[in-house]
Design a protein around this ligand. Structure first.
Ligand SMILES: Cc1cc2nc3c(=O)[nH]c(=O)nc-3n(C[C@H](O)[C@H](O)[C@H](O)COP(=O)(O)O)c2cc1C
Length: 190
């Protein structure tokens, strides 16, 4: 298991197709969900939930994606349709982080959305800590209400991310990171 700080300093996303099986075990999936649900949550509203896609269920979910795609693009080629059908089956495990943020008398909706983002990031980090690679993506179907309804989301729920998880096929190359002097300032009193 990598050292925590080293993991945080070196983490990098892998494409879904760069994530292979075997998938995390049921006990590991429980660990992933336990870590993901241990995030700051103003008001203890639990403004998020998770949907696990594994095994054949990934392709069953892909049918909903394919159906929506066919409706949008009636002239789509067979290979494009096959690609859409396979969207959630590229990696051996996908966990959707669903935001259920909404109006509240005290807790701003924005803070509830941020909590879902924290859950998604914790899920990514937990996957890495278990030795897997991960990728937090949304893609078009995360914003298609027909797909979301077929996946069981209510009208007030949104996808914060589909976290793709699997074993890295190759070590990832890093990408440039923003220089700290461009993104961090020290507040100075006059
Ligand atoms: C909410 C959210 C949605 C994202 N959706 C996509 C996506 O649909 N497709 C994509 O290529 N990257 C997406 N990304 C970016 C990747 O998660 C990732 O940040 C990117 O591949 C860079 O890799 P890194 O994590 O190593 O910096 C999304 C990130 C966030 C936070």
């Amino acid at each position: 298991m990598p050292d925590a700080l080293e993991l945080l300093k070196t983490r990098r996303s892998l494409k879904p197709v760069e994530l292979s099986g075997p998938p995390p075990s049921p006990a590991e999936i429980d660990t992933l969900l336990t870590v993901a649900s241990r995030v700051p949550d103003h008001g203890k509203l639990t403004p998020w939930r998770f949907i696990v896609f594994e095994g054949d269920a990934r392709l069953a979910a892909g049918e909903a994606i394919e159906t929506a795609f066919r409706a949008k693009y009636p002239d789509a080629k067979p290979e494009q349709i096959a690609y859409e059908h396979n969207r959630l089956a590229r990696a051996p495990l996908v966990i959707a982080v669903v935001s259920r943020a909404g109006p509240h008398v005290k807790i701003p909706e924005w803070e509830q959305v941020l909590s879902a983002g924290a859950a998604a990031m914790s899920l990514v980090l937990a996957a890495h800590a278990l030795g897997y690679g991960a990728n937090w993506i949304t893609e078009w179907y995360a914003y298609d209400r027909r797909v979301l309804a077929a996946l069981g989301l209510k009208d007030n729920e949104k996808i914060a991310g589909f976290i793709h998880i699997g074993r890295p096929v190759n070590p990832p190359e890093d990408r440039p990171r923003p220089p700290l002097n461009e993104i961090a300032t020290r507040f100075a009193s006059n």
